[in-house]
Design a protein around this ligand. Structure first.
Ligand code: SF4
Ligand code: SF4
Length: 426
């Protein structure tokens, strides 16, 4: 790393020693899990570069944007509309929360039986190791599950400008009205933060920018329906992870470039795994950078992942926002309509998610589903049982996994996944 980056991190208030340790672990994991794969598409070189510069070049770009007067907004959930942030001439970055850090200190503030994702958000703040968090002019928390909702009360004491967004729990008229009111309040807050009045033209352009990112991922996902699959699940997951913090236009172009390459691979029946390899759909909690544990175990066990029913995956990106409205009110209504379809397990009841999982099994020709639940995540662990039942009713094999970010259970998970993969073989 260059000295420039080190002084940049010092200026951001990072703990350099702890940060070096984090980057060391991240770099090793990336080499062992990603770079060790065979026959990767050449276009993944871009994502390798992004990962090698994840705390370097991208942070420098964000700081350059800030120096030019643009605001940076951090978010922990796909319910925070990037369209509104972009229309206010600000940049949205996902705050990944995919690794354990400073766990002893975290467990002084949160009960031990809190999910790894929430603990990670605290650990990155307490440990002073996340340059995205430290660059943000506003961090948006959202009242999704009870864990997050209560955790933001404590996190608010550590983050200067934590904005809490309330969210509905039911797909009712009242629920939609709440989401609309909250998005209007968020729009007003963004206008105060940036000093920019959001216009219909800006909103329309922002909708198109975000739709283009999603459409590129839709293209990537649809190519995974081929057998042999032209890209590994690990690489596809990485593209879904980078979605949250890359420059939007560059991300869209890079994913489309990979898709051009994958189309050729599909035409030549060239895959990363042999035709007939057992195909798995992962469903459940989001897998944020650098949480690659389960996909790595699955793809090392002789199966290929063909889709992610996840917020870092198709649940987060499947719907586009209608951009045909002419006024700010019409376009804001379209944004509410789009996000109100997200079928996170915090909703009750949540039949759309069951339907979507089954649809994905069909669309990507999955042989089985692995339900990924983070330990102590009540919404997804509870919903895993009806998911398994609905799949069993259609003779679709399902394996329920409950884990955290630690590697202690890797051996045990490997044994269970290998047995499941054996079952899927013809
Ligand atoms: S799983 Fe729910 S709470 Fe988590 S990012 Fe998705 S929508 Fe937000
Ligand atoms: S993983 Fe589950 S418990 Fe953790 S923040 Fe997400 S919904 Fe809440």
């Amino acid at each position: 790393m260059s000295d420039d980056y080190r002084s940049m991190w010092t200026d951001l208030g990072l703990d350099l020693e702890a940060h070096d340790a984090l980057l060391g672990v991240l770099g090793n994991a990336y080499r062992e899990i990603y770079l060790a794969q065979q026959d990767r598409p050449e276009g993944m070189g871009y994502f390798d570069f992004v990962m090698s510069e994840v705390h370097g070049l991208r942070i420098k770009e964000l700081l350059d944007e800030k120096a030019a007067g643009r605001k940076i907004v951090g978010s922990y959930c796909v319910f925070v509309p990037e369209e509104i942030v972009l229309a206010a001439n600000a940049t949205l970055v996902g705050l990944c929360s995919g690794a354990d850090f400073a766990m002893e200190e975290v467990e002084m503030l949160l009960p031990r039986n809190t999910c790894a994702l929430i603990k990670s958000a605290f650990g990155f703040k307490i440990g002073k190791v996340c340059p995205y968090l430290e660059s943000a002019d506003m961090v948006v928390g959202e009242n999704t599950c009870d864990g997050k909702k209560k955790a933001y009360e404590s996190l608010g004491h550590m983050i200067e400008n934590l904005y809490v967004m309330d969210l509905p729990q039911m797909k009712s008229d009242q629920g939609r009205a709440l989401l609309k009111a909250e998005y209007d309040r968020f729009k007003a807050a963004m206008e105060v933060l940036t000093g920019v009045t959001i216009t219909a033209d800006a909103l329309k352009e922002a909708i198109r920018t975000v739709n283009a990112k999603r459409a590129a991922l839709h293209r990537l996902l649809s190519l995974r329906a081929a057998d042999p699959t032209p890209i590994s699940g690990l690489d596809a997951l990485l593209a879904n992870q980078v979605f949250f913090y890359d420059n939007p236009a560059r991300f869209t172009a890079s994913v489309n470039a990979i898709c051009d390459e994958l189309e050729k691979r599909v035409a030549q029946q060239q895959g990363v795994f042999a035709a007939g390899t057992p195909r798995i759909l992962i469903s459940g909690c989001p897998q944020a950078v650098p949480n690659w544990k389960l996909p790595w175990i699955i793809e090392s066990a002789g199966a290929v992942i063909v889709g992610e029913e996840s917020c870092v995956g198709e649940r987060g990106t499947r719907h586009l926002t209608d951009d045909t409205g002419r006024t700010v009110d019409e376009l804001m209504a379209a944004i509410v309509d789009r996000y109100f379809q997200v079928d996170c397990a915090i909703f009750t009841p949540n039949p759309d998610r069951l339907m979507h999982i089954k649809e994905m099994v069909g669309a990507y020709h999955a042989d089985g589903v692995i339900h990924y639940g983070l330990q102590f995540c009540q919404p997804y662990l509870m919903e895993a049982i009806p998911v398994e039942k609905a799949l069993e009713d259609e003779n679709i094999p399902c394996l329920r996994i409950e884990t955290d970010y630690g590697m202690e259970d890797a051996g045990q998970l490997k044994t269970r996944v290998e047995a499941f993969v054996e079952l899927l073989k013809p």
